[in-house]
Ligand binder design. Structure first.
Ligand code: PRX
Length: 637
């Protein structure tokens, strides 16, 4: 079993131990897992290359740690509780024994289709149990899964398939989300026009939408698994073999394939799940994220299942059939731990109390939030109306690259403070540095958030581009992992995340690079150039404000062009990346050397141009005046 912290004294003790001797600290936790062969060395690392290896020489399979290690005690207990989009449809509950059989069947299916250890499998699926089954089957046979969020467009899916050199795609005919049906298989077909390396597509029938099955390439899931054995021996894997690739956005255009390896990720997600949610045997845990993002990987699939937990997987959306859906689910299954994003909290807050008052939420013990800073109003609403003043809020700060939660209260143990992620978990050594990389010691400081020592869940590389990995995370500040976030440490030593300090925008908890959105906008034939900035948005946290220079206007005029720009972004990235505001401008503020002065655009988008700083290098000041005059938000001058 993974050890659990029980008291503030216990936290302090574990934290100090983890700093004084991180190797021993993590080795003791790793003891609780099943290793085919014990590791030779706990940690080998340097942040220069960088090279990070945990539990080197160890042999294991992560699925043996989910199944074989636990089945004799929890085999008949629910593993996945699946709530469908439509509350009238039958739910599905898979026990650990049943899930194990399904995973094994799918392992044998993949093997029959010639999937080998190390092959990459792209997964583009709705939130149904088969998505989890597919991930675990990949892990069991040593294939590397690359889940692509099913809201991404065909072009984005194709980019990811090509970059990962995936030879197989797992998908469904379609996916239900509220009243909408997304034609997933059609999107895959379009993506595959540019992916000649894909040999096989397995299609799960979920919606009965008509689809075109390409002969020799496409196979129905139910046909493929028919007659497969429910037994499959797990592949023996190296501790540092790749477990999965998950793409995320950065400041440059091309998405980065973040690579996580097996043993470190296993130990880290299992430990953090148990402690951050104070999960106890029998509890029902519900994370509302999509498995297409890291939160779903670590805290719907791996973390909970490694702890033998009951993990609730929800196919739908918070506002359908009505805005009480989350609370219906909590009430129906007597959920104990609930984990969601600030954007969901803000959107439900705005819809009033009618959908909440009649729900029994008394089972809740812990409320979690993740993905973006939570404002105080949302924090208090969550605490007072959902937690009914009884449940601690865990504001968990972490990233795709960190694999698991890094800074968070331990509920009931570390006193919370609205909008503060509070303190680092044991094993996490945050430091704050100024622009020059000088460490800011003591309390009441603000700067760039870095981590100075590796933890087992840290990403190991960017798929196919280790130099980019080094450059992005390890070159800004010597011998430190740079998170890209700004942070404050207050007078009590508590951490508050202030948001990104790079060209990354966080829209409803979705991480998007400004360059990525600009590339999509610039693909529009009438657009000459563009620049994107974030502006404060009451629900989404940050909205996307695009400043666009067009050569001429189409027949639809300004409105027409705005619409078609949004369409271009939807087609190239997905609907969640559509700009909220598009201002057509005569030019962008540039320096004499032709560099866009983004600082000015950020200020305008934030509605405060009273202090634009040094603009002496600006080529044409008149452009700035025109941009402010035509701004789509109120701007203080
Ligand atoms: O800016 C931080 C923000 O989300 C970024 C990571 O995004 P992603 O890799 O998509 O992972 C999201 C889910 C783990 C971070 O760099 N972020 C995440 N959690 C918080 C947060 N900002 C403030 N408070 C948080 N609790």
């Amino acid at each position: 079993m993974v050890p659990k912290i029980h008291s503030l004294g216990g936290y302090i003790h574990e934290f100090q131990k983890s700093i004084a001797n991180p190797e021993t600290f993590w080795a003791e936790i790793a003891e609780g897992f099943y290793w085919r062969k014990r590791y030779d060395k706990i940690l080998e690392w340097n942040f220069e290359e960088p090279s990070i290896q945990w539990f080197k020489g160890g042999k294991l399979n992560i699925t043996e740690n989910i199944f074989e290690r636990n089945l004799y005690t929890i085999g008949s207990q629910p593993a996945i509780i699946w709530e469908p989009n439509n509350p009238e449809e039958q739910n599905r509950i898979l026990s650990y024994n049943e899930l194990f059989e399904e995973v094994n069947k799918f392992c044998n299916t993949l093997k029959k289709l010639n999937v080998q250890k190390g092959d990459r499998i792209a997964i583009y699926m709705p939130m149904i149990p088969e998505l989890t089954i597919a991930m675990l089957a990949c892990a069991r046979i040593g294939a590397v899964h690359s889940v692509v969020f099913a809201g991404f467009s065909a072009a984005s899916l194709a980019d990811r398939i090509i970059d990962a050199e995936a030879k197989m795609v797992l998908t469904a005919d379609g996916g239900f989300r509220g009243e909408k049906i997304t034609p997933l298989k059609n999107i895959v077909d379009e993506a595959l026009e540019s992916c000649p390396g894909v040999e096989t597509v397995l299609v799960y029938q979920r919606t009965k939408l008509p689809v075109n099955m390409v002969s020799g390439r496409d196979i129905w899931w139910h046909d493929a698994i028919a007659g497969q054995s429910e037994e499959c021996k797990a592949e023996e894997m190296d501790a540092e073999d790749n477990l999965f690739i998950l793409y995320t956005s950065g400041s440059t255009g091309k998405p980065k394939g973040i690579v996580h390896t097996i043993a470190g990720y296993m130990v880290y997600t299992a430990y953090t799940f148990r402690n951050v949610f104070q999960y106890n045997a029998g509890d029902v845990y519900f994370c509302t994220a999509d498995i297409g993002w890291i939160t779903g990987h670590s805290y719907i699939v791996y973390g909970p299942l490694l702890n033998g937990a009951k993990t609730l997987m929800f196919e739908g959306v918070p506002t359908w059939p009505d805005a009480g859906r989350f609370w219906d689910v909590v009430d129906k299954y007597k959920v104990n731990q609930f984990y969601t994003a600030p954007t969901a909290i803000r959107s439900l807050l705005a819809l009033g109390m009618d959908h909440i008052n009649d729900k029994d939420l008394s089972s809740l013990k812990v409320l979690g939030t993740v993905g973006e800073p939570i404002n105080e109003e949302a924090w208090h609403w969550y605490h007072d109306h959902i937690g009914r003043n009884r449940c601690p809020i865990v504001d968990t700060w972490w990233q795709t690259e960190t694999g698991g939660v890094m800074i968070s209260p331990i509920p009931g143990i570390i006193p919370t403070k609205p909008s503060f992620a509070t303190l680092p978990l044991p094993g996490v050594q945050p430091v704050i540095v100024d622009a020059e990389g000088i460490e800011l010691h003591g309390n009441s400081v603000k700067g760039n958030l870095c981590i100075k020592f590796p933890w087992p869940g840290i990403a190991r590389t960017i798929w196919g581009d280790h130099e980019r990995f080094r450059e992005t995370y390890f070159s800004n500040f010597k011998s430190l992992y740079f998170t890209g976030d700004g942070v404050q440490r207050d007078e009590d030593g508590y951490y508050r995340i202030l948001g990104r300090v790079d060209d990354v925008i966080n829209v409803s908890g979705h991480r998007l690079g400004t360059a990525e959105i600009e590339n999509a906008i610039n693909s529009h034939p009438l657009v000459n150039e563009s620049a994107v900035a974030a502006y404060p948005h009451p629900i989404k946290g940050q909205g996307i404000y695009a400043f666009v220079v067009c050569g001429e206007l189409s027949t639809g005029g300004e409105e027409g062009i705005r619409k078609s720009i949004k369409m271009a972004v939807t087609n190239l990235i997905g609907p969640f990346a559509r700009p909220d505001l598009i201002q057509l401008v005569p030019g962008l503020p540039k320096t004499r050397s032709g560099k866009i002065m983004r600082r000015i655009l950020r200020k305008v988008a934030e509605g405060d141009a009273s202090d634009l700083g040094d603009i002496t290098t600006l080529l044409d000041e008149d452009v700035v005046v025109k941009i402010i005059d035509g701004a789509l938000v109120e701007v203080k001058r």
